[in-house]
Design a protein around this ligand. Sequence first.
Ligand SMILES: NC(=O)C1=CN([C@@H]2O[C@H](COP(=O)(O)OP(=O)(O)OC[C@H]3O[C@@H](n4cnc5c(N)ncnc54)[C@H](OP(=O)(O)O)[C@@H]3O)[C@@H](O)[C@H]2O)C=CC1
Ligand SMILES: CC(C)(CO)C(=O)C(=O)O
Length: 302
Amino acid sequence: MKIVVVGAGALGAYFGARWQEAGQDVTFLVRPKRADQLRKNGLRIKSREGDYQLERPVLVEDAGEIQQADLVLLAVKGYHLEGTMEPLQVLVDKGAKVLPVLNGIEHISILQKRLGKDAVLGGLSFIISTLDEQGGVEHTSPFHDLVFGPLNPEQEEICREIAAASETANFSARWSEDIETDMWKKYMFITSFSGITTAADLPIGSIKKHPETFAVAKAMLEEMKQLANKKQVDLTDDHVEQATQQLNGLDDAATSSMHQDRRKGISLEVEHLHGGALRLAAKEQIELPTIRAIYGLIKPFA
Ligand SMILES: NC(=O)C1=CN([C@@H]2O[C@H](COP(=O)(O)OP(=O)(O)OC[C@H]3O[C@@H](n4cnc5c(N)ncnc54)[C@H](OP(=O)(O)O)[C@@H]3O)[C@@H](O)[C@H]2O)C=CC1
Ligand SMILES: CC(C)(CO)C(=O)C(=O)O
């Protein structure tokens, strides 16, 4: 399968390199600075699941240079989504389907409106990865999961191809039977986890030690469930309980990628995640008071 990675950062470079390692044909569509870094240093993965080094990743700076693409793995931050629309359109016109793995949900309808519903799959990822100063990927979590699924029945074929291409790759690939619900479950979890760790500027262990603070995280889960239900997505009390247990089960030092970005002093995805939830809530005429407060606390660092 011909795969193009748009967003060769901590997440995109990781999965792209793993596919390449498994013998797939992977091209990284990059901007000039990242291209220079990858040309100079190669693409290095440092991972508890096994290191991998790709001396000469296939790099392209103009989507027009790509002759053929079956799948685009889209892994940019929410605030960079708009800048990918032109190259994505070029690739979709060549027959590619787009698998977005951004956190959040707002990007799905934006992509569908711009590229057409047929072109956009559902997807998400569970991984903790970051870029080091040389642009190498550091993968530190015991999980590295890529979840994908069709948002309409015509996308079953490409899902079969993704499953086949990932079979021998060094990560866990899962074809979800209900990707919309899975994306909302992740959205509920990440809104709470990134919100509480980033606003408090503390890893999850310090949050768990203070029941008053953990209660804020729990309130965000409840509000996201309410929002999902308004959108006809069947998140339940059990899902909230599972997400609570997931928060409780994290290592004390674990923290969200948004909190890591706050520590690094770089842009935050709060507008895409918390802002996106508030915009959806306004359309549904409901209030999300805890999420609104957390959004307000994080915004100055965004
Ligand atoms: N990292 C993680 O552990 C996890 C991340 N996620 C989600 O995945 C998404 C990506 O996160 P992450 O990988 O951490 O982010 P990074 O910032 O590490 O990577 C994003 C990459 O996108 C590139 N990019 C931005 N715009 C364009 C463009 N127009 N064309 C080509 N490349 C572009 C950036 O390149 P440039 O250098 O040119 O700016 C950067 O390398 C986010 O939504 C995040 O929430 C989800 C689960 C875990
Ligand atoms: C919760 C986690 C680490 C799972 O992938 C994540 O998505 C993030 O912090 O952005």
